[in-house]
Design a protein around this ligand. Structure first.
Ligand code: ZN
Length: 294
């Protein structure tokens, strides 16, 4: 355990040693408490990732509000407004979208927020498309066209909270994706109901996934490691992660599901994926053709 408080420099140095370069596009998943004591709390972590990406780079964070939607077990009934609704995925993300220059996409459950020269272009139109739409923010940051490569950065969290995996599942048309209804605040203050595609709600759901994919990524040789304070830092190239996941999925369908025979959700999910293999293969080819995979 480090006794000294973690500073901006501590985190930037760690990111550099894990291969982060100025100009990169960083998709950041984080846990503030994982660091131990941080000099200025969440603001220090945000300053650090922005400094590591540099003025020509981009920082993206999930600012999800999915737990406000129906069927998620969260506090249903809070309408989404990108300018006021707190992020439900950690203090760092909730401070990030409030930063000057941050652009938050307007999707009612799966908004993402970006700071960087192309933030407005990448985040646009999310309210008018399906959650992980292949023309939308989840594809734009991954592809980071004309900019530095996208690297998924895990600050003190395991690779199970890799939101990009849900985009892959959706792009592959996996039949176990869920739908829900979210409330959205209109500009005049009235509230409408909007149906949304969600991450799976069973064993494959957020933070519930087995560590199987995490282990596969660790053994792929794609992940670089560093440490800041007591936080383990992992950096995973996004295109490489998608390429390796597609390769493994086509080899062994249901690679994101667990293998416990008593797990009903995963056993059934795998059978349903196997039953649509031609479509999965066609979708995987589309993903590669669009430059969303290495
Ligand atoms: Zn399972």
């Amino acid at each position: 355990m480090s006794e000294n408080p973690v500073t901006v420099k501590t985190i930037v140095d760690a990111l550099r040693s894990a291969g982060v370069e100025p100009g990169d596009t960083l998709m950041v998943h984080s846990s503030l408490k994982s660091f131990g004591t941080v000099e200025n709390g969440p603001e220090t972590v945000i300053d650090a990732v922005l400094e590591a990406a540099g003025p020509q780079g981009h920082v993206v964070m999930p600012t999800l509000t999915a737990s406000y939607a129906e069927k998620t077990g969260g506090p249903v009934g809070i309408p989404f407004n990108p300018a006021t609704t707190p992020s439900r995925v950690g203090l760092i993300t909730d401070r990030f979208w409030r930063r000057a220059g941050a652009v938050r996409s307007a999707h009612p459950t799966h908004s993402v927020t970006c700071i960087g020269p192309k933030a407005a272009a990448w985040m646009a139109g999310h309210d008018k498309m399906s959650t992980f739409g292949i023309e939308g923010p989840y594809a734009k940051y991954v592809k980071s066209e004309g900019c530095g490569p996208c690297k998924i950065v895990f600050l003190g969290v395991e690779m199970v909270c890799n939101t990009t995996l849900h985009a892959i599942e959706d792009w592959l048309a996996f039949p176990y994706m869920a739908t829900s209804v979210a409330l959205v605040e209109n500009p005049d203050g009235s509230v409408r109901r909007q149906e949304v595609t969600m991450a799976p709600l069973g064993h494959r759901g957020f933070y519930k996934v087995t560590d199987r994919h995490h282990q596969l990524m660790e053994t792929s040789g794609l992940v670089r490691h560093a440490r800041a304070g007591s936080a383990e830092i992992r950096v995973l190239p996004a295109l490489g992660c998608i390429g390796e996941t597609l390769r493994l999925e086509l080899e062994r369908p249901g690679i994101l599901l667990c293998e416990r025979p008593d797990c009903e959700f995963c056993t059934e999910g795998r059978a349903r994926i196997v039953s649509i293999q031609p479509e999965v293969r066609a979708r995987a080819k589309q993903i590669r053709d669009r430059g969303l995979s290495a």
